[in-house]
Ligand binder design. Sequence first.
Ligand SMILES: CC(C)(COP(=O)(O)OP(=O)(O)OC[C@H]1O[C@@H](n2cnc3c(N)ncnc32)[C@H](O)[C@@H]1OP(=O)(O)O)[C@@H](O)C(=O)NCCC(=O)NCCS
Length: 182
Amino acid sequence: MSSRISFKSRIAGYLYLVADEIWDILETMLSLVPTGFGCMVRGLFVGFLAKGGHVPYIRRNCHIFRPWKMKIGKNISLGRFSSINAVGGIEFGDNVRVGPGVMISTLNHRFENKKVPIVKQGAKYGKVVIGSDVWVGGNASIMAGINIGEGAVIAAGAVVTHHVEAYTVVAGVPARKIKTRL
Ligand SMILES: CC(C)(COP(=O)(O)OP(=O)(O)OC[C@H]1O[C@@H](n2cnc3c(N)ncnc32)[C@H](O)[C@@H]1OP(=O)(O)O)[C@@H](O)C(=O)NCCC(=O)NCCS
């Protein structure tokens, strides 16, 4: 029984690997397409693979790992050089703006056991949920499992380690509330 399960999961692992490689080739080629037209073409592919039925606007060199694990609202834009790892799931509401160089992570490597190399300890996954009308400033980082409430603003360079309340502005490392949107 257990060997059948492990055989199945090994096959699933290989299939994921193949899907990841195919997406990597496609994403690299799509990244070469300049202008707003390129942003829309990349969006068409990502929108087709993601859930939600909407087409995001994706600037050049924005890297998305496993776009099929995302759910996308309408009128989303993702900035240049952003690195979006959707392995643990990401949900975007409507009208979200993600600035350049933003990192969204949905996994943490386990490291509890110092006698085992970190790379062999597996990972913990946490879905990131970004509400509607959120603006994520450039070079911000959003950690696994974080919920960002509707209308929130994440300042440039913030490292978000706690949930963010709706209509608040957070900044700094770690990100703290600096004001409320009036
Ligand atoms: C968050 C932001 C919108 C705040 O703008 P604001 O409402 O005008 O706020 P203020 O400039 O009045 O700043 C309020 C306080 O927060 C601090 N602050 C503002 N932005 C900060 C940031 N990115 N990191 C740390 N602290 C910040 C200010 O120093 C100020 O602190 P003080 O009261 O001790 O002086 C803006 O600073 C920002 O980060 N914008 C992102 C820009 C960006 O990434 N653009 C890319 C295009 S998408």
